[in-house]
Design a protein around this ligand. Structure first.
Ligand code: DOR
Ligand code: ZN
Length: 365
């Protein structure tokens, strides 16, 4: 029988999809991401969204200002696509390494997406430009048609939009973000296996742990509500299989998405799960359960940078087999709670895995 490891040294991972927010929330949540991940693709769905090179540079500066001393962390900024974003602005930001990718939110698909793209035909010149300069397109893959069942919106997006889009722009480099279905996992795997390395997918910890029962366990649980919404158990299993497969077309993206408590607990609760604080331990639990701890490093630290054409990180993080109980709420650093936009204690986000025990603990050097 194989020996059970008591510690794992991993090349330091990156998070290829995270919401860091702004202001007090940014100061509260950034340390959780930055202590674990060397780099992160930062989502642009602020209010107002990040649609210009200047706005992305200013946001990047605010992130770097909020970074605790002694932590090395590189925010990789993204542009928020709208119906009328100028391709030249995008290309300029990409040439200057300000924009690393552009994010496609179908209008009204999720949090702060009202200014997103109402129809793909409106951005065909942007996509042609991105294809020419090899700028990655990050897709929130859900149809927004209110007549389509919420649980079917991702699968239908592939058929209605993604396949035709890829026919029109075969060289466009695409990441299908936070996939939630067997259909998506199969689509990405088959593309890879047919020799197409232009498309990949990120997978979140919560979609690897939860099925849709979580949202209804003992009552309506908005803490397990995110978008795309978690699906049936068969889909969760397909995602675990994809993440642990060792295939380079699947990599880590937490989609950590903090909201103030009042946002989650309202009559119309916001979508988003805040998982940054224990993200690596959470993934480790899934990989161990699938007897695939040996695939964790590829998924967390290698496949993403290779897809984005970036160097692998040289530093490491150690996971030790030491149980930890996850507290209910984030306790942000004190400085996060000062200032005009202070975040009162009552608004601190709930942690993913709150009240549970995790078998692994990450140690940082
Ligand atoms: O659950 C989600 N939360 N999904 C998204 O697509 C957006 C995110 C957010 O910004 O809160
Ligand atoms: Zn997201």
């Amino acid at each position: 029988m194989a020996e059970v490891p008591t510690s794992l040294v991993l090349r330091r991972p990156d998070d290829w999809h995270v919401h860091l927010r702004d202001g007090a929330m940014l100061r509260a949540v950034l340390p959780a991401t930055a202590r674990t991940f060397a780099r992160a693709i930062v989502m642009p769905n602020l209010r107002p969204p990040v649609t210009s090179v200047d706005a992305a540079e200013a946001y990047r500066s605010r992130i770097l200002e909020a970074l605790p001393e002694g932590i090395s962390f590189e925010p990789l900024m993204t542009a928020y696509l709208t119906d009328d974003l100028d391709p030249d602005e995008l290309a300029r930001g990409f040439a200057q390494d300000v924009f690393r990718a552009a994010k496609l939110y179908p209008a009204n698909a999720t949090t702060n997406s009202a200014a997103g793209v109402s129809d793909l035909s409106k951005i065909s010149s942007v996509l042609t430009c991105m294809e020419a300069i090899d700028m990655p397109l990050l897709i929130h893959g859900e149809v927004t048609d209110p007549d389509v069942d919420v649980f079917d919106r991702e699968a239908l997006f592939i058929e209605r939009h993604l396949k035709p889009l890829r026919q029109r722009h075969p060289q466009l480099r695409i990441v299908l973000e936070h996939i939630t279905t067997e259909e998506s996992a199969t689509y990405i795997r088959e593309a890879y296996q047919s020799g197409d390395d232009r498309i990949a997918a990120t997978i979140t910890p919560h979609h690897l742990h939860l099925n849709r029962n979580a949202m209804f366990m003992g009552g309506l649980r908005s803490d397990f509500y995110c978008l795309p919404v978690v699906k049936r158990e068969c889909h969760r299993r397909a995602l675990v299989k994809a993440a642990t497969s060792g295939l380079p077309c699947f990599f880590l993206g937490t989609d950590s998405a903090p909201h103030p408590r009042s946002g989650k607990e309202s009559a119309c609760g916001c979508a988003g799960i805040f998982n940054a604080l224990h993200a690596l331990e959470s993934y480790a639990a899934v990989f161990e359960q699938a007897s695939a701890l040996d695939q964790l490093e590829g998924f967390a630290s290698e496949h993403g940078p290779r897809f984005y054409g970036l160097p692998l990180n040289a530093d490491t993080v150690t996971l030790v087999r030491r149980q930890q109980s996850v507290p209910a709420r984030l306790t942000p650093p004190r400085f996060a709670c000062l200032g005009d936009d202070a975040l009162p204690d009552s608004e601190w986000p709930l942690l993913f895995h709150a009240g549970e025990a995790l078998e692994w603990t990450a140690e940082f050097h």
